[in-house]
Design a binder for this molecule. Structure first.
Ligand SMILES: Nc1nc2c(ncn2[C@@H]2O[C@H](COP(=O)(O)OP(=O)(O)OP(=O)(O)O)[C@@H](O)[C@H]2O)c(=O)[nH]1
Ligand SMILES: [Mg+2]
Length: 346
């Protein structure tokens, strides 16, 4: 009897084990089906920057043009009422040209009047701020590789400007090597790499925290080995403190200028939307970096274009390029007449 009970118990246990096992298998079958294989395995996620030519400057400078609206509306008026002088003063100050230029314009208007109209008189005075040579040098001495260094605080548009110029110079037939000298964060080199792939430029990068000088040194070696004629070197916009940053820039510059390298341009990048603050930032960099020109970015945004005037007048360094958008074609060689006309012409 007990044997029969044991056999029955065993049968029940085995049956239970089988049921549980079946359930488990069943649960397995109920797992969510795997997603079907996509038809396209690799597709481009990042949008390619627009290669279309930048449309007219006036359109891009919408916000700056808005500021000058009231001066334009005085147009050909040559009768200088105190009210029109007030309008000129207010508009100029709001446009960020700065107090010095505003006073110079007012002085000129009071002394000489405005025989050809207020807008023309303002234009003539503003143009006096732009009498510098703003040509830029792309080639180095025989046997050397030309280097352009880009400096400026973080977020102003250095990396984007490097990319825009890489695109421009590559299209013009130069062989360009980009040096990812911003080793402060890995994303900086990734950002430049994405641009290098789009513009067809070569890129030298290193790990996060690497010595930026050695990146520039390697980029020069690569350029020399491959017969490239131009190195565009991005740099970091931040360090633990600004003294470290300026020391580092000076060191990068020494490396870049050592044979086979030759620094032919050091461009300080400034963000136009920060207005007069851009000026105080700039002054810190000037002594350390031997700046040969300025790139003023984001003039398409909420910037007030008069800042170009203040920068040239106060820093006595030519603005060589302006950024008017985030696309690769949105960089223009700065031409004062075209710029001032696009703000002041009706
Ligand atoms: N609208 C507009 N945006 C710009 C222009 N130039 C740069 N930007 C934008 O400004 C932001 C910062 O640009 P970056 O080139 O990364 O600036 P950076 O100086 O390299 O910054 P760090 O690497 O952090 O020092 C990005 O979102 C750019 O797309 C411009 O001319 N117009
Ligand atoms: Mg950057």
């Amino acid at each position: 009897m007990s044997t029969v009970l044991i056999v029955v118990a065993l049968v029940v246990v085995v049956a239970l084990v089988l049921v549980v096992a079946r359930r488990r298998r069943h649960v397995g079958v109920l797992e969510a089906p795997r997603a079907p294989m996509p038809d396209v395995l690799v597709h481009e996620v990042a949008e390619r920057p627009s290669l279309a030519a930048a449309p007219g400057l006036s359109t891009r400078l919408g916000s700056s043009r808005g500021v000058f609206e009231r001066v334009r509306s005085l147009g050909a008026t040559n009768a200088l009422s105190p009210e029109s002088l007030d309008v000129v003063e207010e508009v100029l100050l709001r446009s960020d040209v700065g107090v010095a230029t505003t006073n110079a314009v007012l002085e000129q208007l009071r002394t000489h009047g405005a025989p050809e109209g207020v807008a023309a008189a303002v234009r003539a005075e503003v143009m006096k701020s732009f009498e510098r040579d703003r040509s830029f040098r792309v080639s180095a001495d025989e046997g050397r590789v030309a280097v352009w260094l880009f400096v400026g605080v973080n977020g102003v548009g250095k990396t984007t400007t490097v990319a825009k110029l890489a695109s421009r110079f590559t299209a013009e037939g130069h062989s360009v090597v980009l040096a990812a000298g911003d080793t402060f964060r890995a994303a900086a080199a990734d950002q430049l790499q994405a641009w290098a792939e789009r513009t067809g430029a070569d890129l030298v990068r290193a790990h996060e925290g690497a010595d930026p000088g050695s990146v520039v040194h390697d980029a020069l070696g690569r350029a020399k080995a491959r017969g490239a004629d131009l190195v565009l070197a991005d740099t970091a916009g931040r360090r633990a403190n600004s003294t470290n940053l300026l020391d580092e820039l000076a060191k990068v510059r020494r490396v870049a200028d050592r044979d086979p390298g030759q620094v032919v341009e050091t461009l300080m990048v400034l963000d136009a939307t920060t207005g007069q603050n851009a000026l105080s930032q700039a002054k810190e960099f000037l002594a350390a970096a031997q700046v040969s020109g300025i790139v003023l970015t984001k003039l398409d945004g909420t910037a007030r274009g008069g800042i170009v005037v203040a920068i040239e007048r106060e820093l006595a360094i030519p603005v060589k390029f302006i950024g008017v958008g985030e696309g690769v074609a949105d960089l223009m060689v700065f031409e004062p007449e075209v710029f001032v006309d696009s703000l002041l012409s009706a």
